[in-house]
Ligand binder design. Structure first.
Ligand code: PRP
Ligand code: URA
Length: 209
């Protein structure tokens, strides 16, 4: 069973509360999403392995530690997942970035795929999939399936706000993928929007409504 990590650090919760507020405009929403993504990145990468290297400080030689093991990739689910990329890249500047285009059909709430472009060696990388909203879980589940079909074996999902329905779906479909969220909200409404949530993340990032 995959683990659900709820990152309830006070700085993240404070910033998320401002994002949820209906009066927060796109500029602040985008900046806060970037800041939270960087902060959440600390937890998402907490267990990366380290290896020893010999270095010399101005004082003497020492055995220091650097990150070893798999290279990283960040894969946003378009559009809203794009808002989490820059924060993660600040933390992981050499990560490669792939893109998966999915939108939810307004009537059926089923994800529709329209784009996929990956680094050539994506199957060799530890992949962090980003999307602020995990509602029914359909979009994230399809994105993870697409990546597994390309050979990816080491995947993590980083979201901002999740509904219990989405977490349950992910844990059923992808029990090997850990999920990182800043908040687990109450429920979905009849349009499959998260309550209390923060509205339509893509529209709030890009100012399209
Ligand atoms: C939103 C969100 C997720 C999806 C979540 O995208 O960014 O990708 O819905 O819903 P689900 O868990 O029920 O699949 P949307 O379809 O609105 O596309 P957009 O990001 O392009 O606005
Ligand atoms: N997509 C969003 O952007 N918000 C929701 O609450 C659900 C899906």
């Amino acid at each position: 069973m995959s683990q659900l990590h709820i990152i309830d650090h006070p700085m993240i919760q404070h910033k998320l509360s401002i994002m949820r507020d209906i009066h927060t405009g796109s500029k602040d929403f985008r900046e806060l999403l970037k800041e939270i993504s960087l902060l959440m990145g600390y937890e998402v990468t907490r267990d990366l392995p380290l290896e020893p290297v010999e270095i010399e400080t101005p004082m003497r030689k020492m055995t220091a530690r650097v990150i070893s093991g798999k290279k990283l990739a960040i894969v946003p689910i378009l559009r809203a997942g794009l808002g989490m990329v820059d924060g993660l890249l600040t933390l992981l500047p050499v990560a490669k970035v792939g893109h998966i285009g999915l939108y939810r059909d307004e009537t059926t709430h089923q994800p529709v795929s329209y784009y996929c472009k990956m680094p050539f060696d994506i199957d060799q990388r530890l992949v962090i999939v980003t999307d602020p909203m995990l509602a029914t879980g359909g979009s994230a589940s399809d994105a993870l399936t697409m990546l597994k079909n390309l050979g990816c074996q080491h995947l993590r999902l980083m979201c901002l706000v999740a509904a219990p329905e989405g977490v349950k779906r992910l844990q059923q479909d992808h029990p090997d993928v850990d999920i990182y969220v800043a908040a687990l909200d109450e429920e979905l409404n009849s349009d499959a929007y998260i309550l209390p949530g923060l509205g339509d993340a893509g529209d709030r990032i890009f100012g399209t409504k």
